[in-house]
Ligand binder design. Structure first.
Ligand SMILES: C[S@@+](CC[C@H](N)C(=O)[O-])C[C@H]1O[C@@H](n2cnc3c(N)ncnc32)[C@H](O)[C@@H]1O
Length: 361
């Protein structure tokens, strides 16, 4: 099996869990050889890496490991770049030796910042040259790069409210963590439909539920726009309803990927007392919703879910999610033995910290 270096995004634990979940869901044979906070080395069956990187939310580049002694060049002039993620050897010298051996003139392009090219830089450069990636003793050639422009295009959907929309990156991570592969995915708090939209583009059928009539209408507008622009094949259904009464709304769900209601939008950090009040309400909502979910989720179905923590003027307020799990019968699905859930996803400026869980029944 060939080996690949996956350059991981900012939240490397999530990125890594996402890749493992994606491969597991599709029964793709793989072996994780090693990983750091920046790079994961997988041996993998041959895959369409360009499609893979489009489907992943937390991966920046994929590079195929090569043997320096067997590099062949078809041209006598090569433009190349090096992104070094912590190599054990003098990479530049090694490559220069190869160029000498092959009688090739190598023209080096330096990364604009630090030692590594950013994805947007890599994309531009790959039109005219080859980017090599170095990590420990590995030398690899970049074969696929995440294109930020793609997300920007989809973020220009007709209906959008930054308070209610999660990033495409996080939406994809949740979808992949839910281990869906073409089945029926439910987002019980669908908002403007970011999770639904990304799952449709990955060939799933989706159902979105939201309690707010206007939001459902806007989600419909967004998905129609998506269909016109991207032409997905899957089916979608949007339901205006309360997810604490799911049994009356949906059935036979394969997976769930969701960012539920996380409380009001905080302009300023609240007091601890106010945050506790809100959190009590959220705890009730999560409990009622998960209780219902047991009824409509297939036995082997997985749930990728965000659980909020509210930052306050004096400390962080969370909910007793363990108690909710015990009462509803869901279990944490630690499908990868080196990293366990929850995994924290937190932006420095946000009022809310997000803990991500994957659950099973
Ligand atoms: C954080 S947003 C979801 C974001 C969404 N995943 C997206 O990317 O567009 C939460 C949504 O939950 C909805 N909501 C709140 N309580 C609900 C309930 N009991 N049942 C269903 N939806 C609910 C709100 O109307 C809101 O649109």
């Amino acid at each position: 099996m060939p080996s690949y270096l996956f350059i991981l995004g900012r939240d490397y634990k999530l990125s890594l869990l996402e890749i493992v979940a994606y491969l597991k869901a599709r029964k793709i044979k793989h072996r994780l050889r090693e990983y750091s906070e920046k790079v994961a080395v997988f041996s993998l069956d041959n895959l369409d890496m360009k499609k893979l990187i489009k489907n992943l939310g937390g991966c920046l580049k994929i590079a195929k490991v090569i043997d320096p002694d067997s590099i062949l060049f078809t041209k006598n002039k090569v433009r190349y770049a090096i992104s070094d993620y912590g190599s054990n050897f003098n990479s530049l010298k090694k490559l220069k030796d190869v160029f000498k051996r092959e009688k090739v003139k190598g023209i080096l392009k330096k990364a604009a910042r630090k030692k590594q090219m950013m994805p947007s830089e890599s994309i531009k450069f790959m039109k005219k040259g080859t980017e090599f990636v170095l990590f420990k003793d590995y030398l690899a050639r970049v074969v696929a790069v995440f294109d930020p422009k793609e997300h920007e295009g989809r973020d220009r959907k007709p209906k959008y409210d930054f308070k209610k929309v999660i990033s495409i990156r996080l939406a994809k991570i949740l979808i992949n963590l839910s281990q869906i592969n073409k089945g029926l995915l439910l987002d019980p708090f669908c908002g403007y439909g970011t999770v639904l939209q990304e799952a449709l583009l990955m060939n799933s059928n989706v159902i979105g539920v939201d309690i707010d009539r206007d939001v459902i209408r806007d989600a419909e507008t967004n998905l129609r726009w998506l269909k016109r622009k991207y032409g997905f094949k899957g089916h979608y259904k949007l339901i205006r309803g309360d997810s604490t009464k799911l049994r009356f709304l949906v059935k036979n769900v394969d997976s769930v990927a969701t960012e539920p209601y996380l409380g009001p939008f905080w302009k300023q950090l609240p007091s601890k007392e106010r945050a506790k009040e809100v959190m009590d309400g959220l705890e009730e909502l999560y409990f009622e919703f998960l209780k219902e979910l047991r009824i409509v989720l297939k036995k082997e179905g997985k749930v990728a879910i965000i659980v909020p923590k509210i930052r306050t003027k004096n400390g962080v307020v969370g909910m007793n999610f363990k108690r909710i799990l015990a009462k509803t019968g869901f279990k944490v699905d630690n499908f990868f033995n080196k990293i366990s859930f929850p995994v924290l996803y937190a932006n420095t400026n946000d009022r809310i910290e997000r803990e991500i869980y994957v659950l099973r029944q």
